[in-house]
Write a protein that binds this ligand. Sequence first.
Ligand SMILES: NC(=O)c1ccc[n+]([C@@H]2O[C@H](COP(=O)([O-])OP(=O)(O)OC[C@H]3O[C@@H](n4cnc5c(N)ncnc54)[C@H](OP(=O)(O)O)[C@@H]3O)[C@@H](O)[C@H]2O)c1
Length: 285
Amino acid sequence: MTERTVLITGAATGIGMALAQRLDREGWKVFAGVNRSTPEALVENSSDRLVVIPINVTDRDQIGRALAIVEQAVGERGLDLLIHNAAMTGAPGPLEFVDIDQFKFLMDVNLWGPLRLTQTFLPLLRRSGAARIVNVTSTSVYLTIPLGGAYPISKSAYRALSNHMRMELAPFGIDVTALEPGGVKTPMTGFEEEEERLCWQTIPEGMREEYQRRFEFPAAALSEGFEFESPDSFADKVYRQIVCARKFKPVYVIGKGVAFMPWMHRLLPLTVLERIFKKLFRMKA
Ligand SMILES: NC(=O)c1ccc[n+]([C@@H]2O[C@H](COP(=O)([O-])OP(=O)(O)OC[C@H]3O[C@@H](n4cnc5c(N)ncnc54)[C@H](OP(=O)(O)O)[C@@H]3O)[C@@H](O)[C@H]2O)c1
């Protein structure tokens, strides 16, 4: 095999599918990890180089089987690029009542999943000689989202994991970066009334009104407050800025109208940021 090789998780939808197809068009051998289903669009709009592999990032046995499939295809050539794209939202509601089991599952997918996969695929990445890892975190790490803390907390932990991974793997010649997306129109960013219902449902009746008097459900503010671009346009930026980079920067913030977020976070004191978030999320006290 002479092509460069990449494994992308969560490739059945959104950013993952757009990245898989973009890299496929650029001549890469793409291993597309899918969780619950394989949409026809993924296969129909790709070359027959692309290989679809079931990968639930919480399932160690399935990850082991995925390793065997990729290893058989790449052999001694190794794997050049691993893109940890799979993630979920969920565990809605205030920290006072958030379901800790749901929160743990979210961490299992968003934090332990990429670590589990990295540990499994490192021997194959080492064989490449110039391997790279992209950790897809989120610009939500710059926000404090009342009633929606689980997802940004998981991504903040993952951002820290990415920094540590970068330091520990650099001496082995493996380059690691964190990609912080924002404002990409995908199934994850659609405002769902069902999510809002679940959020209020986590709060026991005696306290629900107390919360509703003080907070609005944050997803609507997020949907209205951000501009969105298509996954294809986003994947094009990722390809040009990250995949084609000679050497990775530690972090890439990519997406419509999100470039200011790290600067805002660096320059403003937390008390000022909190006033902005209270206004953005329409807190009433
Ligand atoms: N869109 C944005 O503006 C935005 C902003 C910040 C960060 N991000 C990040 O970008 C990445 C892609 O998200 P997206 O916007 O493209 O959303 P998406 O379309 O919902 O993609 C998430 C993918 O992850 C997969 N997934 C979920 N649980 C999984 C599991 N246990 N094992 C393996 N795969 C699993 C999903 O597959 P199933 O549906 O089959 O479970 C889905 O294909 C995520 O890491 C997300 O946090 C996106």
